[in-house]
Design a protein around this ligand. Structure first.
Ligand code: ADP
Ligand code: MG
Length: 356
């Protein structure tokens, strides 16, 4: 065929279609980790254990103690556009789960060797599923497993060499992985996490009850993940209005950094990087921060899920608020009050957290 334009139209094979879709959500091992941990959290897991080899390229294994997947549902778990989390467009409005696109497992499975083993009860019996070949037909077989799910991903991008070339050094990829881990572990302090790399335990984070009044416990995970000085140089904040609340820590202006690399903002437990939020925070710091410096913060915003649209981008990092102005002003005034109060008075964070 001399003219490349004159080819007949054909449907893409399921694997090829999934590989193309994978381009949107699976950029590197860190994005695989994000999707898989979000699934564990959506399944109600209270313990999530992660093992990596070669910065997740050779092996990325995640085990959770969540709901597991019923054997009837298993053939669909690795299929594209298959989700247990929404059934109607209305469900999408106010969606509380982290996932809903039904795309992650199909995408990851199309660009790696993925195996899932799961059980919905404590019988010790479970099921294993893999999706192979051009058609990505799921194959289900019995396998032992306690209640929960283990996902093993090997050889990321083994069949898409062009994508594989874009991977950086092991060190860089691990930095990305650790950052994703940090964000997710901060997003849900009530869930226990562990992270191993090349057989070495890097992080072990016990669960912290939601409403703990124990001051040491309250600061523990943040100190473990961001360092003791973060706690010493930050002010706790708690701000409540009708239908909206903000809590967490804001760094003192003197503790600002040259890079915006210690900024964590969560909306209803979801990691969010949002222009409107960033603007509100920058404004609050405007009078107290030297130009070019970046504040550090760990902030949790809770609002009615109905006023947040999370279906803005495939990675779901961006959100859209129904009343953006109101949210912006609430964040701004909460922080502004806290920061100016701290500077006028001689208030210093007076915390002696126990550092594990
Ligand atoms: P989504 O999260 O958008 O629904 P995924 O491709 O990430 O899509 O997952 C597909 C489905 O597989 C989920 O809807 C869920 O029912 C199931 N699933 C995936 N991971 C887990 C897990 N760790 N525990 C229980 N169910 C899971
Ligand atoms: Mg998912």
């Amino acid at each position: 065929n001399e003219n490349p334009a004159a080819q007949s139209i054909q449907l893409l094979s399921p694997r090829l279609a999934n590989q193309i879709a994978a381009g949107e959500v699976v950029e590197r091992p860190a994005s695989v980790l994000k999707e898989l941990v979000e699934n564990c959290l959506d399944a109600g897991a209270t313990q999530i254990d992660i093992e990596l080899e070669d910065a997740g390229v050779k092996l990325l294994k995640i085990r959770d103690n969540g709901s597991g997947i019923a054997v009837e549902d298993l053939p669909l778990a690795l299929a594209r556009h298959a989700t247990s989390k929404i059934t109607t467009l209305d469900d999408l409005e106010g969606v509380a789960s982290l996932g809903f696109r039904g795309e992650a497992l199909a995408s990851i499975s199309s660009v790696s060797r993925l195996e899932l083993v799961t059980s919905t009860d404590e019988s010790g019996k479970g099921w294993r599923v893999v999706a192979e070949g051009r058609e990505m037909q799921s194959q289900v077989s019995p396998a032992p497993h306690p209640r929960g799910t283990s996902l093993t991903m090997r050889d990321l991008f083994f069949n898409t060499p062009a994508r594989r070339k874009f991977l950086r050094t092991e060190r860089t990829e691990f930095t990305h992985l650790e950052e994703v881990f940090r964000r997710l572990a901060l997003s849900r302090q009530d869930v226990a996490f562990s992270l191993k790399h090349q057989g070495k335990l890097i992080h072990q984070l016990p669960a912290i009850p939601f409403d703990t009044e124990d001051q040491r416990l309250k600061y523990r995970r943040v100190a473990q993940l961001l360092g003791k000085d973060f706690i010493e140089q930050s002010l706790p904040i708690e701000s409540v209005a009708t239908g909206i609340q903000l809590h967490g820590w804001v760094g003192l202006p003197v503790y600002a950094r040259a890079q915006a690399d210690r900024q964590y903002f969560f909306v209803n437990g979801r990691v969010v990087k949002d222009k409107l939020v960033a603007h509100a925070i920058r404004q609050a710091y405007q009078d107290v921060l030297y130009g070019g410096r970046h504040a550090v913060f760990v902030l949790y915003l809770e609002v009615d899920p109905k006023i947040v649209d999370v279906n803005v981008h495939p990675t779901k990092h961006e959100v859209r608020f129904r009343d953006g102005r109101w949210v912006h002003d609430f964040i701004f005034s909460s922080l502004h009050r806290r920061l100016s109060g701290a500077l006028i008075g001689s208030e210093k964070p007076n915390l002696e957290p126990e550092i594990a």
